[in-house]
Design a protein around this ligand. Structure first.
Ligand code: HQG
Length: 182
């Protein structure tokens, strides 16, 4: 598969594994896993296991994880970003002192007033470095703003943080007092 085809398949997997498994007749288990064979069958046989492995291994953000399932068959899940109800089973971990959030500059007045909210996803997504946050914000139209999050103060106040398998920091919400324009 060429690069464009890999990106197309990755987008399709994201949609199915994070947002709408029922669109291809799949059900995820409570932790978000589904058997690789079942996924390939649900895709109508157009995608081979080798194609899938190429997407998983070559993905710029390591969005998907494959592991042997309890019945001996391999299973796959998205490492973060779900809107369907799954419990990834992540344990809270102490965050680094500062985390970053890239967004559209147009959203700043609302974010300053209400803090960062998770919207349709399970968590607010935060990045460990400014460069990654800037790229996340760059998915939006118009100028990008990068906010620094005082994660040390939030952790001290009892807010839990989680780190997905692919290094995305997750938390339930970030109240405005923990945000700085970086
Ligand atoms: C904004 C991608 C107004 C928030 C990325 C963001 C990430 C507010 C948008 C992952 C707000 C939600 C998630 C408030 C938050 N007022 N706007 N109070 N609170 N927002 O896509 O963080 O490529 O759900 O700033 O790399 O942009 O898909 O979250 O702009 O890791 O793997 O509401 O998606 O990963 O947008 O991105 P999203 P996000 P993938």
């Amino acid at each position: 598969m060429d690069r464009a085809a890999l990106v197309r398949l990755s987008r399709r997997l994201s949609y199915i594994l994070r947002h709408d498994p029922a669109s291809v007749g799949l059900t995820l288990d409570p932790r978000g896993w589904v058997a690789v064979d079942d996924l390939l069958a649900a895709l109508g046989g157009s995608v081979s296991r080798a194609d899938l492995d190429a997407v998983v291994a070559g993905n710029d953000k390591r969005r998907y994880a494959i592991r042997p399932g309890p019945d001996g068959r391999d299973e796959i899940r998205a490492s973060q970003g779900h809107s369907v109800p799954v419990d990834l089973g992540l344990d809270p971990v102490p965050p680094p002192p500062l985390l970053y959030h890239g967004t559209s500059a147009a959203a700043l007045p609302s974010i300053r007033a209400r803090g960062l909210e998770r919207g349709g996803r399970h968590h607010v997504h935060l990045s460990a470095d400014v460069t990654t946050a800037r790229a996340v914000g760059g998915r939006r139209r118009g100028p990008v703003a990068v906010l620094a999050v005082d994660a040390a103060a939030m952790a001290a106040a009892g807010y839990p943080f989680y780190r997905s398998a692919n290094g995305v920091w997750l938390t339930d919400r970030v109240p405005p007092e923990y945000l700085r324009t970086s």
